[in-house]
Ligand binder design. Structure first.
Ligand code: GLP
Length: 262
């Protein structure tokens, strides 16, 4: 795990966008695992700028998003479908049939989860997975639990995640209580992982995920077991981490036994 300290949010966004650009330049047909939330907005803005300048071409790329709320249709302005189109896809030349996001309206959510995992497998897995992180260290919507969920699954969102996401909705009651999220298998089988975090409210999650035990109680801690993870975070998000660890990171010493993949 490599930890890079960015000067500020704009520096963080450019650094992360540079890594995604390199991926697309080196492998135009890349499968990009994409994330929602406020953290990646600057990355998407930067990628759009470079695309508009003619420096990037997404014609051959494919995207698979991490998650979607249950019960929100693609044209609901709070859905992650809508978010991705309005903040990224509508401004680049990715082919519409190369865009994949779980269907939050699927009548049979279990079948939808199985379809999504098959799709990712058929695409040959993810080349580069972009991740934000929740205050409780969730990635995608993999919430703290007593086990890591291996496959795409339906999740009951925790109170802390509902509270954090309330800012995007008019009223707390409007925040969906469930979501469909990619599981840890597809995320950790991504060939490269890029996690971005900004702000002091992410400091505990970043510290626990990078330096704490690997445990499903801290979902992002599983990334310590991956061979190619880059964390790009600003000073506030890194404020609980030892400074000498920035730009390098020793492998985790402690792995909690007794947890399960399900
Ligand atoms: N499902 C998304 C996550 O993928 C995202 O990482 C997290 C943090 O969002 P933000 O970047 O807005 O803090 O929010 C949501 O829960």
């Amino acid at each position: 795990m490599k930890i890079i300290c960015a000067k500020d949010y704009s520096d963080l966004s450019r650094k992360a966008a540079n890594i995604i650009s390199a991926q697309v330049i080196l492998k135009p047909e890349s499968v990009l695992g994409l994330a929602t939330g406020s953290s990646p907005l600057g990355v998407y803005r930067q990628l759009i700028l470079w695309y508009e300048k003619g420096d990037l071409d997404f014609a051959e790329a494919t995207s698979v998003n991490l998650d979607e709320y249950r019960g929100l249709s693609a044209n609901n302005t709070q859905s992650y479908h809508y978010f991705m189109h309005k903040n990224f896809f509508d401004y680049i030349n990715i082919a519409p049939d190369h865009i994949h996001i779980p269907d939050g309206m699927a009548a049979d959510p279990d079948a939808e989860c199985r379809r999504y995992d098959r799709l990712i497998a058929d695409l040959g897995g993810i080349d580069l997975q972009l991740l934000g992180i929740g205050r409780n260290a969730h990635i995608g919507f993999n919430e703290p639990d007593d086990h890591f969920s291996k496959y795409t699954h339906q999740v009951d969102l925790t109170e802390s995640t509902i509270a954090a996401n309330t800012r995007f909705f008019e009223r707390e009651e409007d925040v969906p209580r469930q979501a469909i999220s990619m599981g840890m298998q597809a995320i950790t089988q991504a060939r490269k992982i890029l996690l971005i975090a900004s702000g002091a409210d992410k400091a505990d999650a970043i510290y626990a995920s990078c330096f704490g035990p690997v445990t499903p109680g801290i979902p992002a801690s599983i990334l310590q077991l991956h061979q190619d993870v880059t964390v790009i975070a600003d000073k506030d998000a890194l404020s609980k981490c030892p400074q000498q660890a920035w730009a390098q990171k020793a492998p985790s010493k402690e792995i909690h036994t007794g947890f399960l993949f399900r």
